[in-house]
Design a protein around this ligand. Sequence first.
Ligand SMILES: Nc1nc2c(ncn2[C@@H]2O[C@H](COP(=O)(O)OP(=O)(O)OP(=O)(O)O)[C@@H](O)[C@H]2O)c(=O)[nH]1
Ligand SMILES: [Mg+2]
Length: 425
Amino acid sequence: MAAAAGLVSSGEDVGHPCDSSLPRSSSDNSDTSQTFDDQRDAADTMGLGGKIRVLVTGRTLSGKTTLLTKICGSSHAAAADDLQAELVHQHYIFHDSLGFQNPRETSYVAVQRFLQTRGATRTLPQQVRAIWYCIRTDTHMFISPAEEDFFSANMAQKVPVIAVFTKYDALVTLAFAELRRSMGRLEAKEKRFDKAHELLQSRYILPLKSFPFPPSAFVVLKEDIRDDTLNTDTLLQTTLDLTSGPSLAPILRSVRQNNIDACLKHAVAAPIDATDVAGPLCRFSRAATDTLRQRPYEWNQQAAPPQNAAYCTTMFCEKIPSENPWTNARRSEAIAAACICIDQTFMEASACAADFPAAFQIALDAYFSTEHSPRSVVNKEIAKFSPQDYREVVDPSSSEQRLMRKAVPKLMEIIKAHRLRLRDE
Ligand SMILES: Nc1nc2c(ncn2[C@@H]2O[C@H](COP(=O)(O)OP(=O)(O)OP(=O)(O)O)[C@@H](O)[C@H]2O)c(=O)[nH]1
Ligand SMILES: [Mg+2]
């Protein structure tokens, strides 16, 4: 028999993070050893040797649980209907979903929620790093409504998807039957594998590739999954290729973004009453630096020493001079400007500028530039706040009866909606 598993095609290139349109700071000394870099982050992560979290999902009765039982051992079957259950393998942590055919099924909605929740987590080990989307090839439904939805609506977001074709023996039998209509038994037997490969391409792979968010790779399990001879080497190697090195960069970026966003509420709420408008800058910068510092694989510590907050405060105050007294709107504009520029610096500019202050200066210049003027759009939205937005009310999202100002969540929404992105993704 042919190889047990076949990689049909794979791959998605992630460009170098510094191949960007970001203007270089004049102080850039091109000493790349001192710069923050997504790719180096990715390399560091590999060195940590953490297990890779994989979601196994897809078509009903496509052999997902059988496959995982084979890979992880027989104890798995008992937890097969619990998506949260972790199946621990030497190098992987698997989650086994119940299958679906239609996007309205509860198991599909559960997968959707699971991916959203995991996507919002703040450490790499908590993130789903790959999805095995299993598709059985023994039925007449080549592409299901669930697949149409999954690969059109970008359900996987930044997580690479491997389409895993199962029950391939049935497709070979079908290929043989089709060939028999026009040729003798011996000839059909000889040509049945080529014909099955052709059917796989035309009925499954080409339609899947035509979706807006297609799988990153396609793997065929050519043997019966229940057989002892099942070989999963290609599947596991493809998973490793898609979850390490440069391929990891989008997930690392999203973890970093989640961490910065976690600091945002405090960065907005604390200074909204304060007279010192440089406060948001320092608070946000310190909180974000401290948070990211705890996770060395997500942040290069050298890139943001704490004293940088002081340099950045000076630069910031040159753009927004102190006012006495501050109006609510002016204070909100300053908070938004500080948060947007710091977010930009942590997320992008420091990947290419010489150091944190240089990167922050680039962000400030872009935000305050008259050419693009993101600042004017943000300020127009802040101008729509009413005086009541700045008064204290009970925070409905808090379990304790905590007081907050409506302006805080509104400002957070505005900041998130107007992230300053200078680099072409
Ligand atoms: N012919 C054939 N049958 C298989 C293969 N793998 C699994 N099966 C059978 O297919 C049926 C479904 O297998 P499961 O592993 O439970 O499938 P699943 O995808 O986990 O199903 P759900 O969780 O209900 O979506 C079982 O009866 C298996 O014994 C295979 O490679 N070939
Ligand atoms: Mg199952």
